[in-house]
Design a protein around this ligand. Structure first.
Ligand code: SF4
Ligand code: SF4
Length: 170
């Protein structure tokens, strides 16, 4: 390699050798990196035939939990809506109709509960804020769809059937 001018000279000119003018050292360096990867285990997977295992800390699509008696754990307190930094949650709370009392923990419930997954940044603040351990983020990440409307998840889409795992907070 030809002798180079000092780094602190803003007007320095590089004296390139003939080989450097033909980019030969740079090409050889690049090819050596490429070759070294030929002998490594590939990190790509053949999705969708193969699925990546996500960390247990991964935060994907939300779920609203029922308790072991099939009652909605969510009491419509709107703490998650307040905590959400992306304004992705919209809740309309209401009084539980008498004929549905057996399906709820309290007299108040979320009559509508929507999460806009296009706004959501999957921070987990809703999960942290919930006093009833009703909402959780799951490892499920395959919810791409072809319209914005389909990515606004309703309470029906979010609620897990009874018998799903229930995580209790301290
Ligand atoms: S994960 Fe974060 S951004 Fe998404 S709904 Fe919950 S609080 Fe909002
Ligand atoms: S999910 Fe939790 S924080 Fe959100 S409204 Fe229901 S009970 Fe309140």
């Amino acid at each position: 390699m030809a002798k180079q001018p000092p780094q602190n000279d803003p007007f320095r000119k590089y004296n390139l050798t003939f080989a450097e003018r033909l980019y030969l050292p740079a090409i050889a360096k690049g090819m050596s990196v490429t070759l070294s990867h030929f002998f490594r285990k590939p990190v790509t997977i053949q999705y969708p035939e193969q699925r990546a295992e996500v960390s247990h800390r991964f935060r994907g699509r939300h779920t609203l939990k029922l308790d072991e008696f099939g009652r909605e754990r969510c009491v419509g307190c709107q703490m998650c809506e307040l905590a959400c930094p992306a304004d992705a949650i919209t809740i309309q709370a209401a009084e539980v109709p008498p004929e549905r009392r057996h399906l709820h923990l309290t007299e108040r419930y979320a009559a509508t509960y929507e999460i806009d997954l296009l706004r959501c940044i999957f921070c987990g603040m809703c999960e942290e804020a919930c006093p009833e351990a009703a909402i959780f983020l799951t490892p499920f990440y395959e919810f791409a769809d072809d319209s914005r409307e389909k990515l606004i998840y309703t309470k029906k889409m979010l609620t897990e059937k009874t018998g799903g795992p229930i995580f209790y907070k301290d």
